[in-house]
Design a protein around this ligand. Structure first.
Ligand SMILES: [Zn+2]
Length: 288
């Protein structure tokens, strides 16, 4: 577990996202949950050493950030208002037989906890639209809606500590997932994060970093827009765009896919192209 600054922590090495927490005089505030059930119960026991867990915020609706919610029964979950429907939609993927079958070989230690009756789904029940400021003990915690990587994307800003948890609006030196993002919105979100008075960014994946990395993250998003605009300009259909040589991708995003996802790398590339293609055409940034 990494100490980010006084009483602010994150885990960088779980299989899944980087969950974090803030320890306060009135208990613990959590940011996202470990993806793997065995990590989630271990994380809970660790956090309880710092006090009762008061709140949990999900930064986005992808399973690597929300699947572990179930292992924090009774903890109030907070999310941007668009999170509620997305949590429901994700449930079949998170609790289905296919996930269980995969887990039997990929993470057998988690199997006994999967769909365990003590750990029912734990959706967001407290929502906000643009932002929500919470005071917990001596800590002020700001939840900021920064749509980008996903529509409900939320940053957790700790003004006094100079730290922001961005979720997957920042992938630090690992492959950027643009499979559902509005890339232009994402660039706006990166500008909003840059405007915060922070020293440290805790990304959704990868090591904590400084603001200087935001320019590189923005460049990767710009590169995806640029390469797909070029495909559209050349008159390629979406399927033809996907069939283009993948070596171009190394110039778009130079980083390898994160943690245990190597077999999915080409799938992510295809999903990125398909999403950005549809959005470039819809936005008519290029005339077909
Ligand atoms: Zn993620």
């Amino acid at each position: 577990m990494r100490r980010i600054t006084d009483k602010v922590y994150a885990e960088i090495y779980f299989w899944g996202c980087n969950p974090g927490f803030v320890s306060t005089t009135d208990g613990v505030f959590m940011i996202d949950t470990p993806q793997q059930p065995i990590n989630a119960v271990q994380w809970r026991e660790r956090l309880l050493e710092y006090g009762p867990i008061r709140h949990l915020v999900n930064t986005e609706p992808h399973p690597d950030h929300i699947r572990g919610n179930a292992y924090f029964p009774g903890v109030e979950v907070i999310g941007q208002e668009r999170m509620v429907a997305r949590y429901e939609q994700a449930l079949p993927m998170m609790t289905g037989d296919q996930t269980l079958e995969t887990m039997k070989t990929s993470d057998p230690d988690s199997v006994w906890l999967f769909n365990h009756p003590d750990y029912p789904p734990n959706p967001p029940t407290r929502t906000f639209s643009d932002q929500l400021t919470l005071q917990l003990g001596e800590k002020s915690i700001q939840l900021l809606h920064h749509p980008g990587h996903t529509p409900p994307q939320t940053s957790v800003f700790l003004p006094r500590e100079g730290v922001v948890f961005t979720g997957d609006n920042v992938f630090f030196k690992c492959k950027t997932f643009v499979q559902e993002a509005d890339p232009w919105e994402w660039l706006t979100a990166l500008d909003a994060i840059r405007a915060l008075d922070v020293e440290t960014i805790v990304p959704g994946h990868g090591e904590p970093c400084e603001k200087s990395y935001l320019a590189q993250q923005a460049q990767i998003i710009q590169n995806w827009i640029g390469v797909v605009e070029d495909y559209v300009r050349r008159g390629l259909s979406e399927d033809e765009a996907v069939a283009q040589p993948l070596d171009v991708v190394k110039d778009v995003d130079p980083y390898p896919i994160g943690q245990r996802l190597f077999p999915r790398s080409d799938w992510v590339t295809e999903a990125n192209i398909r999403n950005v293609y549809k959005r470039v055409v819809a936005r008519s940034t290029v005339k077909v």
